[in-house]
Design a protein around this ligand. Structure first.
Ligand code: NOJ
Length: 537
């Protein structure tokens, strides 16, 4: 019997709730809207929805600045409606996780308001204060475009406060036992409502210590282990997904001995998928996978192509960053912090072959894939919008007003309406009807992978030996019951890939009509950007 936990081979789908679907017609995405679209998500084969922050928030960082950890923002609906969404997700046989933002809150949170006003308030110590901004200078700045320091002077408080993100997001002080306990209670409350776990935001930054870079400190790991213990003991079967934008060897400790996070995003893999496609050479991908340590049994990486943030280039060398910027973000407006604020399809020239190849890589490499809403239909971006909003525009459901997102005259975000990516052309309804559509192409790849035990959870073995020159990226995935040979042409030209394939006849999982015979030193002929997922007949 297969005892692999569900999340080891799951599909996650990331919903940005503001822009997904407006169910009550006020122009703002909401719980009712998401509930209406669950059949669609089910039809994609999604196992788990990750809903981005829904807490009350002044929206200085799109909901990652939380002013009340115990409630939902009324713009999304009521707590009852959220509960109905959770129940409906479960009725659809799916799961739902939400963002847990431990590191910081909003400067409008009553804790911060009380803290800044009164040095003697117990809340003062809920935050990190200093009389000088010359402390913790070894700590890097994350929002490089807008922040010059991790300290901001607060007039009311008469001191500087510490923040790793915007100044509207003061960091909580995890040296304070009450903070530690209160945030555990936040977890408890949402778990009791029935969700299945959390995507834990910005976890490397919880504690600060003099003379350190203040990332991944042992104290932070200890606290996160306590959180996991709580989840296991009080809510068995729940999951924690780690957001640590770090090198694989630094993310590895977040899995600990299998007693911290079950899941962790593989950040460095993502830009290397784009680099491989752009350079027509998968060398950087091979190297990062070779540098990725083993993780404990029942732990899993999460792979992704894009998300709601800029395509982060924090985990590439300076040289590669410059290359990525000049290739994928020639217009400086496309750049944000250390990344690129564009969506998948515009990045890949709106070319279905390149996009399919990107999905092939994500779907066949080890990890549970996380899909970003709208990428499955080929949505575009709008770089004229502020910050990262350009990749957070309205989901395009059909060709009616606002792309079917809302009947309202005014919506919370603009809908994309250009001739190439606009909702009249790119929308779910039209693509459902067209067997050749982006949606059906991606859905088909997803369903094919889902049906392969080897691709979902098999072990990984390289078929390429050269680390420098990798025009064809090839590997084997193998489980007890299943074995698949994955061969992918990164280039714009025909490629002959010579390999050993045990005797027998093979077919391509995506095109069962394709047949090739095994043998020693056989040649697999690949058209430009073509890929095969081969299985023995
Ligand atoms: C990571 C989130 O993905 C990002 O959107 C946010 O700005 C920061 N964490 C701060 O919470």
């Amino acid at each position: 019997m297969n005892k692999t936990p569900w999340y080891m081979s799951a599909y996650f789908y990331q919903i940005y709730p503001r822009s997904f679907m407006d169910g009550n017609g006020d122009g703002y995405g909401d719980f009712i809207g998401i509930t209406q679209k669950l059949d669609y998500l089910k039809s994609l084969g999604i196992d788990c929805i990750w809903i981005q922050p829904i807490y009350p928030s002044p929206m200085a960082d799109d909901g990652y600045d939380i002013s009340d950890f115990e409630n939902v923002d009324p713009r999304f609906g009521t707590l009852d409606e959220f509960k109905q969404l959770i129940d409906a997700v479960h009725e659809h046989g799916m799961k739902i996780i939400m963002d847990l933002v431990l590191n910081h809150c909003s400067d409008q949170h009553p804790w911060f308001q009380a803290a800044r006003k009164d040095r003697n308030s117990k809340y003062r110590d809920y935050f990190v204060w200093s009389d000088t901004d010359q402390k913790y200078l070894e700590t890097r700045i994350i929002f490089t475009d807008t922040q010059k320091s991790n300290w901001t002077w607060d007039e009311v408080a008469g001191q500087y406060f510490w923040h790793r993100f915007y100044p509207q997001q003061p960091d909580l002080n995890y040296d304070n036992p009450e903070v530690r306990e209160k945030m555990k209670n936040v977890m408890r409350n949402w778990m009791k409502l029935g969700i299945d776990g959390f995507r834990a935001d910005a976890v490397p930054y919880l504690f600060e210590r003099d003379g350190m870079n203040n990332e991944n400190l042992p104290e932070t790991h200890n606290y996160l282990k306590e959180c996991r213990k709580l989840m296991d003991e009080e809510f068995p079967g729940s999951i924690l997904l780690c957001e640590a934008n770090m090198w694989p060897k630094e993310v590895r400790p977040y899995f600990a001995d299998g007693d911290e996070f079950q899941l962790g995003f593989h950040f460095p893999l993502m830009p290397r998928i784009f680099m491989s496609l752009g350079k027509q050479n998968a060398s950087s991908l091979v190297k990062i996978l070779k540098d990725t340590p083993e993780i404990p049994q029942d732990c899993q990486w999460c792979t992704f192509l894009r998300n709601h943030d800029e395509l982060t280039l924090e985990m590439v060398t300076e040289e590669d960053r410059q290359w990525m910027w000049s290739f994928y973000a020639p217009d400086p407006e496309m750049r944000k912090n250390l990344g690129i604020r564009r969506r998948l399809w515009p990045l890949l020239d709106n070319d279905p072959k390149k996009v399919a190849l990107a999905y092939s890589m994500m779907l066949t490499m080890p990890g549970s894939p996380v899909f970003y809403y709208g990428d499955e239909i080929g949505m575009g971006d709008d770089i004229r919008l502020y910050d990262r909003n350009g990749v957070r525009t309205l989901m395009q459901w059909d060709d009616t007003k606002n792309g079917g997102f809302s009947p309202a005259d005014k919506t919370c975000m603009p809908v994309i309406d250009d001739p190439v990516y606009g909702y009249k052309k790119i929308n779910v309804a039209a693509q459902e009807k067209d067997p050749e559509s982006h949606l059906n192409m991606i859905r088909s790849l997803m369903l094919t992978r889902k049906a392969s035990d080897a691709l979902c959870r098999g072990k990984f073995e390289w078929l390429v030996t050269d680390d420098e020159n990798v025009p064809v990226l090839a590997y084997i995935r193998e489980s007890e019951y299943d074995k698949v040979w994955v061969i992918q042409n990164m280039t714009d030209s025909d490629q002959d890939f010579i390999m050993d394939l045990p005797e027998g006849k093979y077919y391509d999982l995506n095109h069962p009509d394709y047949e090739i015979s095994g043998g020693t030193g056989i040649t697999v002929k690949l058209a430009p950007r073509a890929f095969y997922w081969l299985r023995k007949k």
